[in-house]
Design a protein around this ligand. Structure first.
Ligand SMILES: NC(=O)c1ccc[n+]([C@@H]2O[C@H](COP(=O)([O-])OP(=O)(O)OC[C@H]3O[C@@H](n4cnc5c(N)ncnc54)[C@H](OP(=O)(O)O)[C@@H]3O)[C@@H](O)[C@H]2O)c1
Length: 287
């Protein structure tokens, strides 16, 4: 019987391994899987088993799973390749007949205009089609997503956005990692879909205020329309595609797709989620 964390070499995955250990899982029952050799070595030093895998190479997944395993499939970070990659892991898990699969998805993945959702929706469909017992964690936004914006605003004194008054219910990665550990350890969560988010939501002015407190420099909010946002990003050296993606995400924020607060995350982890200011401070000091 093992808890297999696919993506353990990533930030959420490493925190999930920590959370599993904190919540009483034995190190020898945890298998940390990923590609990065240095990070696998760091995980091995904590006493957990490690496996080198490439989600694009089914051969590396063939011997990974056993019927008693509970598997956390953390969504990959190679946009556009993830459905195939996740499908490879799901196929291998199905072939082994694992006990349960847990997947980190996106808010309302099956019914949202969120630009990042289609690969998550397709993955959820593959999981459903596999017939494996599964738990879906539709993770909301990480507070850490705003570290770069905070660092830039710290340098320029300006927070540039086209998110309008849209609210974001972010939580810290650690909160989502704890939730992943909780559901991995609890088989009664099979069949559940959790919509996870921070307890409270904030808007761009509140983000600017939090950055001001964190970087100790007055940060002014500059809320522009999407075309102007795109133009300013490109003028600042961001390539067209990335700029378009960032503007689309701000559009999703403006439309309220990232602002749901339902308390499911704090209920799962048994304590309030990390507030914006605390999460930002911690992330910036770690950066
Ligand atoms: N909710 C949010 O706000 C938010 C924000 C950003 C991302 N995400 C999603 O949540 C996931 C976890 O977040 P994170 O911050 O932990 O991301 P991360 O630090 O970039 O970690 C991504 C993990 O995916 C693994 N991975 C990617 N492609 C792989 C492949 N072909 N084969 C094997 N492993 C592969 C990486 O392994 P190696 O490092 O060993 O290559 C790493 O362990 C991301 O991958 C992304 O899908 C969510």
């Amino acid at each position: 019987m093992s808890y297999i964390v696919i993506g353990a070499t990533g930030q959420l995955g490493a925190l999930t391994v920590d959370a599993l250990l904190d919540r009483g899982a034995a190190a020898h029952d945890i298998v940390a899987a990923g590609r990065n050799a240095d990070r696998l070595a760091a995980l091995a030093a904590r006493g957990v088993h490690t496996r080198s895998i490439d989600l694009s190479d089914p051969a590396t997944l063939a011997e990974l799973f056993s019927p008693d395993d509970t598997v956390l499939l953390i969504s990959g970070n190679e946009l556009g390749q993830r459905v195939v990659q996740h499908g490879n892991a799901i196929d291998a898990a199905k072939a082994a007949g694992v006990k349960r699969l847990v997947y980190t998805s996106a808010p309302k993945a099956d019914d949202t205009a969120l630009v990042l959702a289609p690969e998550h929706k397709a993955t959820e469909e593959l999981i459903a089609a596999s017939g494996l017992p599964a738990t879906i964690l539709r993770n909301g936004w990480y507070t850490e997503n705003y570290v770069q914006a905070a660092e830039q605003a710290g340098q320029t004194g300006v927070l540039l956005t086209s998110a309008g008054g849209g609210r974001i219910s972010s939580a810290s990665r650690r909160d989502y990692a704890e939730a992943a550990a909780v559901v991995l350890l609890d088989d009664t969560t099979a069949g559940r879909v959790f919509e996870l988010s921070g307890d409270t939501s904030w808007d761009q002015q509140e983000l600017a205020d939090a950055i001001t407190k964190t970087v100790e420099r007055a940060v002014t909010l500059r809320n522009v329309d999407p075309d102007e946002h795109q133009r300013l990003l490109v003028a600042a050296g961001v390539d067209e595609g990335t700029a378009g993606f960032l503007v689309a995400l701000d559009g999703n924020t403006r439309d309220g797709l990232l602002g749901v607060t339902n308390g499911e995350l704090s209920e799962l982890i048994g304590h309030p989620t990390t507030p914006l200011l605390d999460g930002l401070r911690e992330a910036l000091s770690a950066d």
